[in-house]
Design a protein around this ligand. Structure first.
Ligand code: PLP
Length: 335
């Protein structure tokens, strides 16, 4: 068959997201990137540097990421960057023989595996949302978001270690780390077959800049740097990330607000009788049967509110206070 027809059959088209409504579907940060920091980025950019193929990763950015990680056992050869955490995930699918993931999970794992024609294995999480028994080993890369997306729940350290001990490579996706506050980065001290992936898209309000980073053994980082595109993250995006890290207290304050709003929403949803997860991300997740879920989505569509639908239920991003109040009101009316 024509290769283009094969791709059209195998891979999914990316959707364009309409923003003419209350948009709580993509786990974005409700706060704009601060305007005075945008000014600072533009002040620090050098117009002559725009002419050159700029280093990616930029050494100064790596230093700042290392200081943000706040560990004593990592150095600059343990970190690299990606055009969003997504690029890192995409590239890892090209690096290993087989990709393994546990739905419900981050939907791009399957989307990317299909796009690049990677061999992949999906094994559902257990009923109580734990990592299932699975036959994996060397050559496999196992993608685990922690906190998980879309449920927001957190895996136990032992569950991650169980996979690490098989010899499979673990891609621990900590995209939502800041909203949970606990990381398994320290496992890198013990395991070479682990990479921790993070992003500036969520807690740092920089989804449009496309910048993420990966922390791992020198051996993995060296391999990753050989497979990814050269100059993969732009000079401008790296400057945004550096300025964000220089002012991280602003983002920590905002994260605190989002976490408080998440806990407020969880407690109200529980009182309303919704079955929810103990989410530690910047979103809440409500379990729902298909029929009830379809009715809810219809109800929210009529009110111009977008949330994300999954087979197991719906995920709602924590928005601004008034957006959260609005959706809570609609969920109460719906119930
Ligand atoms: C678990 C997980 N990993 C990675 C990403 C993508 O992050 P980035 O914007 O850095 O590509 C997301 C975005 O929603 C996510 O939920």
């Amino acid at each position: 068959m024509n290769p283009l027809d094969l791709i059209a059959r195998r891979a999914y088209p990316y959707e364009t997201e309409k923003r003419d409504r209350t948009y709580l579907a993509l786990n974005e940060n409700p706060f704009p990137f601060p305007e005075d920091l945008v000014d600072e980025v533009f002040r620090r950019l050098n117009s002559d540097t725009l002419r050159i193929y700029y280093d990616s990763p930029d050494e100064e950015l790596i230093e700042k990421i290392l200081s943000y990680l706040n560990t004593d056992f990592l150095s600059k050869n343990n970190v690299s960057v990606g055009n969003g955490a997504d690029e890192i995930i995409y590239v890892m699918m090209l690096m290993f023989d087989r990709s393994v993931f546990f739905p419900p999970t981050y939907s791009c794992y399957r989307i990317f595996a299909k796009a690049v024609g990677a061999k992949f294995l999906e094994v559902p999480l257990t009923k109580d949302l734990r990592i299932p028994e699975v036959n994996v080993g060397e050559g496999d890369v196992v993608f685990i978001p922690n906190p998980n997306n879309p449920t927001g729940h957190v895996f136990e350290r032992e569950e991650i270690e169980r996979i690490l001990k098989t010899g499979a490579f673990v891609a621990l996706d900590e995209a939502y780390y800041e909203f949970h506050g606990e990381s398994y980065v320290d496992l890198l001290k013990k395991y070479e077959n682990l990479a921790v992936i993070r992003t500036f898209s969520k807690a740092f309000s920089l989804a449009a800049q496309r910048i993420g980073y990966v922390v791992s053994s020198e051996k993995f980082i060296d391999a990753y740097n050989r497979v990814r595109l050269p100059f993969n993250v732009s000079y401008v995006s790296q400057m945004f990330a550096k300025v964000a890290l220089d002012h991280r207290e602003i983002f920590e304050e905002r994260t605190k607000f989002i976490v408080e709003e998440r806990e407020r929403m969880k407690s109200i949803l529980r009182k309303m009788g919704y079955r929810i997860t103990d989410s530690r991300g910047n979103f809440v997740f409500i379990f729902m049967e298909k029929e009830e879920k379809e009715r809810l989505l219809e109800h929210l569509r009529a009110k111009n509110i977008a949330v994300r639908s999954f087979r197991e239920g719906v995920r709602i991003t924590i928005g601004k206070r008034e957006e959260n109040d609005m959706i809570l009101k609609e969920l109460e009316v719906f119930k």
